[in-house]
Design a protein around this ligand. Structure first.
Ligand code: ZN
Length: 280
């Protein structure tokens, strides 16, 4: 099942058309996606009975963030061996966790307004929580996930490393968390622990890896995070980025106005974001 946010309304995709969930369920679910995550089990039970024969067409510009109102956004640093190696940092003992403040999340085709000249890309598998997770063991962690989507953890490297580390702030400029294009429920994946992900910058592949290379897998992240704090329906986890970011290149390479960043995860789809200069 593919769920998306079309101009603020939750839709179910069938082929290339969108079925408005609030209309299709007589107002029982929706119209906002966060309402559906809040009642995930009940929605999942009725979703297969929704009539998908009469959808509407839509354009990329109509798509908004598939996690429109998370109460918590977790993000993980140094979670691929390839990326830890390229940064020269050691592999952490626990997930290196920070937040992207929720208002920094954006739609899958939104522009990225650059905050400076050291802004970097980080393609990531993004998890959206469906069922509340509180002290969940690894074995049952996937059952708490609504689905997966594609994200970019856009990072202002200057602010990120200011004052001995400002990860949360440096990665939370307006629009620095584009995600989408939709949410794909976990039942759609043969193996959700092994998905190719990558991104291109102006058509050149700059990152390419598989989520099987995660140091802390999605179930391990959910188990660890939920041992500290409950994960709530609609919450978001950016699971970390593989090798190929700009800061470690020789010379470093950063995003510039006009650059087009395209990012994908196998079995989900791709998002595309064009960079523009900071509006002064
Ligand atoms: Zn990241």
């Amino acid at each position: 099942m593919r769920l998306a946010n079309v101009n603020g309304r939750a839709v179910l995709f069938a082929g290339s058309t969108a079925i408005d969930i609030a209309e299709a369920t007589g107002g029982e679910f929706g119209p906002a996606l966060e309402n559906i995550y809040e009642r995930w089990d009940a929605f999942f039970a009725v979703a297969s009975r929704i009539d998908t024969s009469v959808g509407r067409t839509f354009s990329d510009d109509d798509l908004r963030s598939p996690a429109p109102a998370p109460r918590q956004v977790f993000a993980i640093g140094l979670n691929y061996r390839s990326h830890a190696l390229e940064t020269g940092m050691s592999v952490p003992d626990v997930p290196a966790t920070f937040t992207k403040f929720p208002a920094s999340l954006a739609g899958p085709f939104d522009e990225i307004e650059l905050s400076g000249d050291t802004v970097d890309w980080e393609v990531e598998l993004v998890v959206v929580i469906g069922r509340r997770a509180d002290r969940v063991p690894v074995e049952s962690a996937w059952a708490h996930v609504a689905g997966l989507t594609v994200g970019q953890d856009i990072s202002d490297r200057t602010l990120q490393f200011a004052a001995a580390g400002q990860f949360s702030l440096g990665k939370s400029f307006r629009g620095y968390g584009p995600i989408g294009p939709w949410l794909v429920t976990t039942d759609e994946f043969a193996n959700p622990d092994d998905l190719e992900l990558g991104c291109t910058l102006n058509g050149e592949v700059v990152q390419l890896d598989r989520t099987s290379g995660l140091i802390f897998s999605v179930p391990q992240l959910i188990a660890t995070l939920s041992s500290v704090v409950a994960l709530l329906p609609g919450d978001v986890i950016f699971t970390g980025t593989p090798a190929g970011v700009g800061i470690v290149r020789q010379p470093p390479r950063y995003l510039a106005a006009g650059d087009v960043l395209e990012s994908w995860v196998e079995g989900v789809g791709s998002i595309r974001n064009t960079c523009r200069a900071f509006a002064r």
